[in-house]
Write a protein that binds this ligand. Structure first.
Ligand code: SF4
Ligand code: SF4
Ligand code: SF4
Length: 377
């Protein structure tokens, strides 16, 4: 494994991060390290930042690497772009949970890691999109204000909506698994820096003409502090979910509000089945079946199969859930889907000593077995 090398991002007139990352992407494209890039970019109308696939430097205007909002987990998009030969070399700038979800998708043969140069950035967290938009609209230079406050005081700027609970509980804030990591936490005193974590990343940064720099001395301590704050939040969140939501009676109560819209499935980056059992003819019951169930139980919640749906998804997902929180954000009923999945996944993954998306080298737990598991007991 190569030792990571650090490079200084191009300097810009205003010294801002967005301009420096934009200049980096432009250099990568001009040096032909990549042909096209998928980057988080402010849309021309409104305040939203979305993934945009750009073919040249013009498309990079409005690139915003830290806007605290994630409408779609980019792993889903990158899987679409890399599943078959795209006929061009691709780069993508992603958050850590997007990279981890993409790693899971690659293991599930839904995307191709070799076809993408991945740039990842430290993630300071995201807000609910519905809360982000009005805040960003009413806050001058909202992303810079967010970045400055989070890196400086470790807190949100005054008046900002809180971060989503999955982000507050996210213990993986760095872009592990990327070819190039943008270093923000504990690094700002040294100027904006990128670290090459793979040989391919190093070659790309050299081709882009970046100069070598020194690993920032304050980074490790700052990261430790950030991760321990998040782990403390995670532990308290998981305790609360285990006692207040997961006991069967309480879980049934929480899920009783579910309207079976399947938003939580549709936005989940690693819920990848092309044909879901919930959409199949297996779930199309003859009318008399509902009558029988209602007679047997005395009352039947309609739409039915809510618990079956969530249990099926949980069985498929709990070893691969990366805790990105998208399912909770997409639920129109305010059901804490991600918190429930995170709590179960945390335990399931611990049993297999597996962390979803941590490494491409770690086999999927349910795709492997040890010979002794097959011995009669
Ligand atoms: S879960 Fe939140 S904090 Fe963690 S990487 Fe994703 S968006 Fe960032
Ligand atoms: S189950 Fe929810 S939290 Fe887990 S990966 Fe899917 S969308 Fe993200
Ligand atoms: S998004 Fe919410 S309401 Fe829709 S299926 Fe999922 S839990 Fe149920």
């Amino acid at each position: 494994m190569m030792s990571a090398e650090v490079f200084a991002l191009p300097e810009t007139a205003d010294g801002g991060l967005a301009g420096a990352v934009q200049a980096l992407c432009k250099s990568l494209m001009e040096a032909k390290a990549v042909d096209l890039m998928m980057v988080p970019r402010r849309l021309p109308l409104g305040q939203m930042v979305q993934h945009v696939l750009v073919k040249d430097a013009h498309g990079l205007a409005g690139l915003d690497p830290v806007a605290p909002v994630m409408l779609v987990n980019g792993a889903t998009l990158l899987a679409k772009l890399s599943r078959q030969d795209p006929g061009a070399s691709l780069g993508a700038l992603l958050r850590p949970c997007e990279i981890r979800a993409f790693v899971e998708l690659v293991k599930l043969h839904q995307g191709d890691r070799q076809r993408v140069l991945i740039l990842g950035s430290d993630c300071l967290g995201t807000m609910e999109p519905t809360q982000y938009e009005p805040w960003a609209k009413n806050t001058a230079e909202s992303s810079s204000a967010f970045l400055e406050s989070m890196l400086g005081k470790g807190e949100l700027p005054e008046g900002a909506p809180s971060l989503r609970s999955c982000c507050q509980a996210c213990e993986y804030p760095t872009a592990q698994g990327a070819d190039i990591e943008l270093l923000l936490v504990g690094a700002q005193a040294s100027g904006w820096l990128a670290m090459a974590s793979t040989e391919r990343g190093k070659q790309a940064l050299e081709a882009a003409g970046l100069k070598k720099a020194v690993f920032p001395s304050g980074r490790e301590a700052a990261l430790r502090q950030m991760v321990s704050r998040r782990e403390a939040f995670r532990d308290s969140l998981l305790r609360e979910v285990h006692s207040e939501v997961l006991p069967l009676e309480k879980l049934l109560g929480e899920l009783s509000r579910c309207i079976n819209c399947y938003n939580c499935r549709d936005v989940c980056p690693v819920c990848y089945c092309k044909s879901c059992v919930m959409d199949s003819s297996t779930m199309e019951h003859p009318s008399y079946q509902y009558i029988r169930w209602a007679k047997r139980k005395g009352a039947l919640k309609m739409p039915a199969e809510t618990l079956f749906y969530h249990m099926t998804r949980m069985a498929h997902m709990s070893t691969s859930c990366v805790g990105c929180g998208q399912c909770s954000s997409a639920c129109p009923m305010g059901i804490r889907v991600a918190e429930i999945f995170r709590a179960v996944a945390f335990r399931t993954q611990a049993v297999f000593d597996y962390v979803a998306g941590r490494s491409l080298e770690e086999p999927l737990p349910l795709a492997t077995f040890r010979e002794e598991e097959l011995q009669p007991r």
